[in-house]
Write a protein that binds this ligand. Structure first.
Ligand code: TYM
Length: 341
């Protein structure tokens, strides 16, 4: 069976572990909205709280961050009527399928994950078992919906390859064509937004320097100041994007500009050719403020009504379960855990 036999369905997720950045917006959320707007996919978007707790989360913070993340989705343009928006823990089938995938995935596969190596570091003896098994839960998230397309930032590529391996091994071991071989969708001008202090490092909420990132909660002055102080190099902007190949900090600012203005790299570079950074950075800061400020004020407005957010997530979990339950049931039958009906 090829993927053409499956309903075109998008699945993606973000962890409610606080500290949403411009990387999350450009690499993920903005593209989730684009896929919703294409209109040809059923879109399922998940706040992956079970993934978040693979590292310690204070319970009160987790609750607050979950609502904040839901507000971020909606303020960015996800329509909870057209797309399904819910939190992972409220659909138990995620954990149930993840257990089955824990028996399909191999220790060696997990041990090779760079995210595991980065997060567990030298202290892997002390890391949670959940952190090690994290990619099997991620495979379950995706395959529970027979998702055909998964938009993510570049850092999730290896996890999506593992998801394909899990699907292929399950299909092979049980002699079925049940799970699709999902397509990663790693596209757009900013699939890897880099630190504003060091263009060779990913923009991340865990970087000790707040100047390295734009937080979705930053106000206009802070955004402008961070772009003004962003690392660049002494050369002016070149005439082709290729010339930025060995200038990571400079390229990062062009990538961000292109993604925010919804234009290609080539278009942007043609327009700003020869410009000095002192001229370009204020343009970038103005553009970022214009695009991000309405999102953060809408988030503040939405978060004032937590009851409404909880209602939306509750409804989303019901709709997600309607898709997930029959797929889990069929998986149990294939594995031999229940009789085929
Ligand atoms: P998370 O929560 O770390 O990040 C959420 C999304 O944001 C993207 N992203 C970036 N994109 C570009 N540049 C950056 N600097 C940047 N930082 C973050 C990530 O690539 C991601 O798309 N494992 C996932 C969550 C997950 C998931 C899933 C995703 C769980 N189950 C199923 C897809 C499908 C994660 O930790 O994302």
């Amino acid at each position: 069976m090829t993927n053409a036999a499956f309903t075109p369905r998008v699945f993606s997720g973000i962890q409610p572990s606080g500290g949403l950045t411009l990387g999350n917006y450009l690499g993920a959320l903005k593209r989730f909205v684009d896929m919703q707007e294409v209109g040809k996919y059923e879109c399922v978007y998940c706040l992956v709280d079970l993934h978040a707790i693979t590292v310690w989360q204070d319970p009160a913070d987790l609750r607050a961050n979950t609502r904040e993340l839901a507000a971020f989705f909606i303020a960015s343009g996800i329509d909870p009527e057209r797309s399904i928006l819910f939190n992972q823990s409220q659909v138990p089938a995620h954990s149930q399928l993840a257990w089955i995938f824990n028996t399909v995935a191999r220790m060696g596969w997990m041990g090779r994950m760079t995210q595991w190596k980065d997060k567990a570091g030298k202290n892997s003896e002390n890391a949670s078992l959940g952190l090690f098994a994290y990619p099997a839960l991620m495979a379950a998230d995706i395959l529970l919906y027979h998702a055909t397309h998964v938009p993510v930032g570049d850092d999730q590529k290896q996890h999506l390859e593992l998801t394909r391996d899990v699907a292929a091994k399950f299909n092979h071991d049980y002699g079925v064509d049940f799970f699709p071989i999902t397509e990663p969708v790693i596209e757009g001008p900013a699939t890897r937004v880099m630190s504003l202090r060091d263009g060779t490092k990913k923009m991340s909420k865990s970087d000790p320097s707040d100047m390295s990132r734009i937080n979705m909660s930053d106000d206009a002055d802070t955004i402008a100041q961070k772009f003004r102080k962003a690392r660049t190099d002494p050369e002016p902007l070149p005439g082709t994007y290729e010339e930025l190949k060995d200038r990571p900090s400079a390229r990062n600012l062009v990538d961000i500009f292109a993604a925010l203005s919804e234009r290609s790299h080539a278009d942007v570079v043609a327009e700003v050719e020869g410009m000095q950074w002192g001229t370009f950075k204020p343009l970038l800061a103005d553009l970022a403020v214009e695009k991000l400020s309405p999102i953060s004020s809408e988030m503040t407005r939405l978060m004032a009504d937590t009851g409404e957010i909880d209602r939306i997530l509750g409804k989303g979990a019901e709709r997600a379960s309607e898709i997930a339950e029959p797929i889990l049931k069929k998986t149990y039958e294939i594995v031999g855990l229940v009789q085929s009906s």
